[in-house]
Design a protein around this ligand. Structure first.
Ligand SMILES: Cc1ncc(C[n+]2csc(CCOP(=O)(O)OP(=O)(O)O)c2C)c(N)n1
Ligand code: SF4
Length: 315
């Protein structure tokens, strides 16, 4: 049960109302400064202890290396493509126990998929689509570090245009590194008509928490895409994770929004956005856009894409 149950799941207004109890113990094998871990920590506060995490292979698999886990909930490890299918098995087993009276309703637990963008946008998309289609009652937490981080920062279909990865290096023929844009996972899920979809950032913890509290009122598939700055893959100093997490939102590159029964609302709309360059500059994965010469065309394309997105939101 959520640590917020006593407030009857009413929206919180400020940081002080965020649960103090720490759901993730210190001493994990995750890199220092991992932005995804901070988002999961806040999510776990809102989810509470009665949770089964169903994890697709990736960086966060290091959160549960038998017999140790820093999380209070249970943990089930699956291969990259099958976490939603694993979640279906766990939910079905819980439902059978509930039906047979071997589990009391108050003992029931939430089933939460935890997966990186490689599983979420690529390998696990088919099993996710099937789980949403079956209206599985589960939560899906994707920490989107925009690459296959655990295996050496290869490109995923969540890697943004212009970022360098180990499989999209910068060469005279590929001056931008990654030439594709990010898949629109929010819209892919929305086309399946689940009750709840949200994007979240650990730098906006009140917004993140309220989205989890709101989703608790809904049964069925619930997606959270957490922006996950990754010092190891994005090549910046680990102490700057908060800086880049904030800039992603403040430049408009990462939009904070939700869709309740398909209706989209932006939960933060800035009157003035910072230029995207403020976010790109300083990350090693974008260095080639600035040095040895500025790639004006690529920088303009990225800015225009963001401006177009926010223009469409107004309309
Ligand atoms: C079917 C399959 N292919 C490849 C692998 C090897 N593998 C393990 S973790 C990983 C990267 C996962 O990337 P992502 O889902 O983005 O999570 P991250 O590592 O970034 O946390 C890969 C390719 C695997 N476990 N299963
Ligand atoms: S590689 Fe990136 S996402 Fe993975 S644990 Fe390290 S900082 Fe986090």
């Amino acid at each position: 049960m959520s640590a917020y149950a006593s407030t009857e799941l009413r929206a919180i207004k400020n940081l002080k109302q965020i649960a103090r109890a720490e759901p993730i113990m210190p001493g994990t094998s995750i890199c220092g400064g991992c932005g995804g871990l901070e988002a999961l920590r806040l999510a776990a506060k809102a989810l509470g202890e009665k949770t089964v995490f169903v994890n697709a292979a990736g960086c966060f698999t290091l959160l549960a290396v038998f017999p140790y886990t820093p999380l209070k909930g249970s943990w089930l490890y699956t291969n990259m493509a099958s976490a939603p299918a694993g979640a279906q098995g766990v939910r079905d087993a819980l439902d059978v126990l509930l039906r047979k009276g071997r589990l009391r309703p108050e003992e029931d637990v939430d089933v939460v998929v935890v997966a990186g963008d490689g599983s979420t946008y690529d390998m696990g998309l088919s099993s996710t689509s099937a789980a949403i289609f079956r209206n599985l009652d589960f939560w899906y937490f994707c920490y989107d570090n925009e690459s296959y981080g655990n295996t050496g920062v290869q490109m995923s279909s969540a890697t943004p245009y212009g970022a360098r990865t180990s499989t999209t290096p910068v060469t005279p023929a590929t001056r931008e590194g990654t030439e594709h844009g990010k898949k629109d996972l929010f819209e892919i899920w929305r086309a399946h008509r689940p009750p709840y979809i949200a994007t979240v950032s650990a730098r906006y913890p009140v917004d993140l928490t309220n989205k989890f509290l709101k989703a608790r009122r809904m049964k069925g598939p619930k997606l959270f895409i957490a922006h996950a700055p990754c010092p190891t893959g994005w090549l910046y100093d680990p102490e700057e994770t908060a800086h880049y997490a904030r800039l992603a939102v403040d430049t408009g590159l990462f939009a904070l929004k939700e869709a309740v029964n398909g209706n989209v609302t932006h939960t933060l709309v800035r009157k003035r956005r910072r230029p995207v360059e403020d976010y790109l500059r300083g990350q090693g994965r974008y260095r080639h856009l600035f040095e040895p010469a500025r790639n004006e065309e690529a920088l303009r394309l990225i800015q225009e894409q963001v401006d177009r997105y926010w223009e469409s939101v107004k309309g």
